[in-house]
Design a protein around this ligand. Structure first.
Ligand code: C2E
Ligand code: MG
Ligand code: MG
Ligand code: MG
Length: 281
């Protein structure tokens, strides 16, 4: 069955190819009409400073509630948005909404919290990202220092000169740059000294296994030390228990996020979570 084999090959190389073309078109059409509606929203996962236990900000994570299919994971619909070109409009909305929400946290007196926004490679390759960032900051009033963009390693390997310039300009404006899912990408680390990066986010697959697998613990520790040698801060994602947290703190990891504290929460629940956390402290 050549056809079946072909499908399986696709499945192996790109999990998003699990969807048939028809399914993808259906999702893309749904996404287009979801834009600007209540179906799409941002949830916020608290990020903590490990040394103090303070909440220092949140990662914005997209949520889509499809009228017929229910909740759809961003891991499924972001690739569809990238392939259909919708990611530009979607990404601009995410930036605007995240900056507005983060500014509202300040106005509510929650402190100088930051917000981290995921930016996909496709968004970076087209001119306009810098303009979208500038507009989101200007219209919300959020200081640039409070916005962090999360990029993936694979993005930094492609089109290095254009990207280096964009990152340099963003960085000069005060925007923070983090490398997401660090450790899962390429082994060439040279880009770390060539680009204006502020933080590494250790991939959750290592963090979640670190208390049961010494190799994963070793990797996490090595990434933290390497980050520090390069003058970068390190964020651990996927912190699910107190034992993992204790090890990360021992290793000098600056920040963490994960189910140990909270999953990503709807905006109102995030605010309540921060208020309850601050009341306890
Ligand atoms: P990511 O940026 O690496 O986000 C972390 C993912 O890990 C999130 O899944 C989060 O809910 C999950 N997570 C957080 N803490 C834990 C934990 O302790 N244990 C476990 N098992 N999981 C945890 P989510 O929300 O499904 O997002 C998946 C991916 O979708 C994100 O990975 C990101 O690459 C992408 N994504 C989400 N929102 C956006 C967006 O606005 N724009 C773009 N371009 N991509 C987005
Ligand atoms: Mg992320
Ligand atoms: Mg990640
Ligand atoms: Mg990811």
């Amino acid at each position: 069955r050549a056809k079946d084999a072909g499908r399986n090959t696709f499945r192996f190389f790109d999990p998003s190819m699990n969807e048939s073309v028809v399914e993808q078109l259906h999702l893309a059409a749904g996404l287009r009409s979801a834009l600007g509606s209540e179906q799409l929203m941002l949830h916020y996962q608290p990020q903590l400073e490990l040394a103090s236990g303070r909440i220092v900000g949140a990662e914005a994570l997209l949520r889509w509630r499809h009228p017929e299919l229910g909740w759809i994971s961003p891991a499924r619909f972001i690739p569809v948005a990238e392939r259909s070109g919708l990611i530009h409009e979607l990404g601009a909305w995410v930036l605007r909404q995240a900056c507005m929400d983060a500014q509202s946290w300040r106005e509510l007196g929650l402190g100088e919290l930051g917000v981290a926004v995921n930016v996909s490679a496709v968004q970076f390759r087209r001119d306009g990202l810098e303009r979208h960032v500038a507009r989101a900051l200007a219209s919300s009033g959020l200081p640039a220092q409070a916005l962090e963009l999360e990029l993936t390693e694979s993005l930094l390997m492609a089109d290095a000169s254009h990207l280096g310039n964009v990152l340099q300009r963003l960085s000069t404006s005060g925007v923070q740059i983090a490398i997401d899912d660090f450790g899962t990408g390429y082994s060439n680390l040279g880009y770390l000294r060539n680009f204006a990066v502020d933080r590494l986010k250790v991939d959750q697959s290592f963090v979640r296994r670190m208390t049961s697998n010494p190799h994963d613990e070793g990797l996490v520790r090595a990434i933290i030390e390497m980050g520090h040698c390069l003058g970068l801060q390190v964020v651990a994602e996927g912190v699910e228990d107190a034992q993992t947290l204790a090890r990360l703190a021992d290793f000098g990891c600056e920040r963490g996020q994960g189910f140990h504290w909270s999953p990503a929460l709807p905006p109102q629940d995030f605010i309540a979570f921060v208020q309850a956390h601050q009341a306890r402290a």
